[in-house]
Design a binder for this molecule. Sequence first.
Ligand code: MRU
Length: 358
Amino acid sequence: MNIEGKEYRTIWFDEKNQAVKIIDQTKLPHQFIIKDLKTVKDAINAIKVMEVRGAPLIGGTAAYGIVLAIMEKNDPNFIKKSSEELIQSRPTAINLKWAVDRMMKKLTGVNNNELLKVALDEAKEICEEDIKFCENIGLNGLKIIEEIYNKKKDTVNILTHCNAGWLATINWGTATSPIYHAHKKGIPVHVWVDETRPRNQGSNLTSYELNEEGVSNTIIADNTGGILMQRGEVDMCIVGTDRTLSTGDVVNKIGTYLKALAAHDNKVPFYVALPSSTIDWDIKDFKDIPIEERNSEELSHVEGLDENNNVKKVLIYPKKSRAMNLAFDITPAKYITGLITEKGICDASKEGLGKLFK
Ligand code: MRU
């Protein structure tokens, strides 16, 4: 998608410099910086510190991480150790393990001198596939927006949480893809963007990318969605997910659950958009999902521009206070109107997912 009128993807391989290029998302929205990843450690660090984030993009970065490991040292023990370290770099998004497992499977039995080429082709394929899946999610979700517009004949107001936009994927996004498709079709849409404390992926990333694509949006504090729903100012919610169980329960950015409860109480449709790479077919009970707990400094400190336009980080909590920073929560399937996938829209249930993915 576009940044200042120029088309970008979030990750790509630079053949000339033999490096993986990423947009450093810790610097957005105030600075646009493209960064090189040259070693598997660079890839692991980029995932950990969230220079790249969002389930599908974490998966794509991990796939390229395997490529970088092979470039560094074409040795089976090093590649295996790197794959394990990549999987451990963030615990909740299942796309990470999915992508590493897929890469390792592809490399099994491959001749040493062909290993790099096979790995690079597969990493590229993982990213191309994600783009196609996200585009299809958009076309499937577009039907829901069209239906609302045809009834309402006025701007469709959509609430989203965190950033499940193109910056969280390779292109298009998951939750934003139906919105971009509707906008390109000329359907008037307006997005309520949850700020998404503590890391502000909503205000820093979602609002930023919607602005760049010319989609009307308004940032709101995370607790504002409820009253907007009570006032009839939200037609639907669409969020992304880091892991969806085969039962239809959804793990996503902290605060998603409370938004789903408010939507349920106000009869506002609540959709979750996801590629099939985000489905965890193994874990059956959401209590078994590892929920990432991040450094409390993400809560106690905020970053922004000072009066001289320099980026500055400041403490906003009392120095003696403790804080707790759980990064994800679980939305039970019963609060979800439907799952928008690359294969179609289904009920958030074992039966629903079973019909689309045999
Ligand atoms: O902590 P983050 O920024 O990686 O969390 C991202 C989300 O929660 C997204 O909603 C999710 O990964 C879906 S991305 C299409």
